[in-house]
Design a protein around this ligand. Structure first.
Ligand code: NDP
Length: 450
């Protein structure tokens, strides 16, 4: 290991010792960019890696709101503006009870490389709150979003920082956030948030983009490795925005999706998942996935056990798409997947695989499509939404989808180029990190010590 990288990692671990997820994400990137760093001794002189790993700005704030019984509740809000060297900060907002600074920093850090990989002019950021919309009424969610935006509005803008959705933040939450921003600023600044509804500046195909993009990336990878996806079996963890549209596109490509999950457990349907029923349960009714058995009593349900790997990963399938949350696949799960005959893993979620599990999977010849590249379709289409907002114009679904496909093919090519240039075998994780890093490092170097 390069001594410069070791030195930086040690410093970061000392400075952020309670931030497990952030340290994990930094370690994964810094180890993999070693061959590039070794070619550029000037990086050490300009402390490039130290600057890359320190957010430009961290904002935390109080979010008071009143629940339906009249009780005052307090949550904590975050926005981490990680790196703006190639464009305005861009990245989603996550509302989930386990959100903390470490999680927002890891997501913001990863976003920097992901956004660079899209080839579009967007920097990296992320935000959110330890507020969970689950079990809250629409009115409570609206009041929370309004209070959250009362503070966030000071720090965002279409040329400054453009948030979007993530776990717990979908079209409903973006609508309330946008409404409050418009009210406070007294202007219709459409490009300040993405993932908006179609009636007020949203883009067609944004909702589908992350899941569709994941399958476009996997298709490009499968084609390069002469693998026919048609007829292969798949399991998808999660049943939210990314999982649903990954399932839809997988089925369009002839893949048989046999299981999906939520945080409580998973359903297995050997005949193939009815995705329209999942949409009804999850997008419309907002119920638990177990509800699926009411319409399909022959399907099976397996309940998760707290602090143990999600049950879904024990169901054998050739394609595995983790589309729920971080660190779903640990080393034991990885071993199970290898035993189960998995060929391809496509990361729809951010950092769903632990570092030692990544290493094990690659050593065992599993094609791993890394999150920073494979789930970049969402943010890329958000950037297309910003372009349409600037032009005050809308592209058709087909136009946006076509651009998305092209972007995902380009991302795959960038990863492949890096893999070939640095003799990385099938290590697309390192390939994605290197391709994203080179672009950011170049922009940071050009802009001097700031
Ligand atoms: P949603 O909130 O729409 O769905 C999240 C899904 O994951 C739900 O099924 C949820 O189950 C499950 N889940 C969440 N937390 C846990 C947990 N701790 N354990 C088990 N299951 C869990 O989020 P998205 O689909 O938007 O996001 C999913 C992943 O994709 C995240 O990692 C996100 O960062 C990433 N991503 C999202 C993008 C987007 O465009 N939306 C873009 C790029 C990446 P339950 O309902 O029971 O909580």
């Amino acid at each position: 290991m390069s001594s410069y990288i070791e030195k930086v990692l040690k410093k970061i671990q000392e400075k952020n010792q309670y931030e497990k997820e952030f340290n994990q994400a930094v370690k994964e990137v810094l180890y993999s960019i070693k061959p590039v760093v070794e070619k550029h001794p000037e990086f050490e002189k300009s402390a490039l890696l130290e600057r890359l790993c320190e957010p430009e700005r961290i904002i935390t704030f109080r979010v008071p709101w009143t629940d339906d019984r009249g009780n005052v509740q307090i949550n904590r809000g975050f926005r981490v503006q990680f790196n703006g060297s190639i464009g305005p900060f861009k990245g989603g907002l996550r509302f989930h009870e386990n959100v903390n600074l470490s999680i927002i920093k890891f997501l913001g850090f990863e976003q920097v490389f992901k956004n660079a990989l899209t080839g579009l002019p967007i920097g990296g950021g992320k935000g959110g709150s330890d507020f969970s919309p689950k079990g809250k009424s629409d009115n409570e969610i609206m009041r929370f979003c309004q209070s959250f935006m009362n503070e966030l509005q000071r720090h965002i803008g279409h040329d400054l920082d453009v948030p979007a959705g993530d776990i717990g933040v979908g079209a409903r939450e973006i609508g309330y956030l946008f409404g409050q921003y418009r009210k406070i600023k007294n202007c219709f600044e459409a490009g300040v948030l993405t993932g908006k509804g179609l009636s007020y500046g949203g883009s067609l195909a944004r909702k589908e983009a992350t899941g569709f993009g994941l399958l476009y990336f996997i298709s490009a990878m499968a084609q390069h490795h002469s693998i026919d996806l048609k007829g292969k079996s798949a399991i998808i963890s999660g049943s939210g925005n990314v999982a649903i549209y990954a399932c839809q596109k997988a089925q369009e490509l002839g893949i048989k999706v046999i299981a999906m999950s939520d945080s409580t457990g998973c359903i297995k349907d050997e005949k193939g998942i009815d995705i329209e029923e999942i949409k009804r349960i999850k997008e419309v009714e907002r119920l638990r996935i177990k509800e699926y058995l009411k319409k399909y009593p022959d399907a099976q349900y397996f309940e998760n056990i707290p602090n143990q790997p999600q049950k879904i990963f024990s169901i054998p399938a050739q394609i595995v798409l983790p589309c729920a949350t971080q660190n779903d696949i640990n080393l034991d799960t990885a071993k199970q997947l290898v035993k189960n005959g998995t060929i391809i893993i496509g990361e729809g979620a951010n950092m769903p695989t632990e570092n030692d599990a990544i290493e094990y999977l690659i050593q065992n010849n599993i094609l791993l499509a890394p999150a920073k590249a494979a789930n970049a379709g969402g943010v890329a289409t958000s950037a297309l939404e910003m372009s349409q907002n600037s032009m005050r114009y809308f592209w058709s679904f087909e136009e946006v989808d076509q651009k998305l496909k092209q972007i995902m093919n380009n991302i795959y090519s960038s990863c492949l180029d890096a893999v070939e240039e640095y003799n990385l075998g099938i290590n697309y994780c390192a390939g994605a990190n290197i391709a994203g890093f080179k672009k950011v490092a170049d922009a940071m170097t050009a802009q001097g010590i700031i």
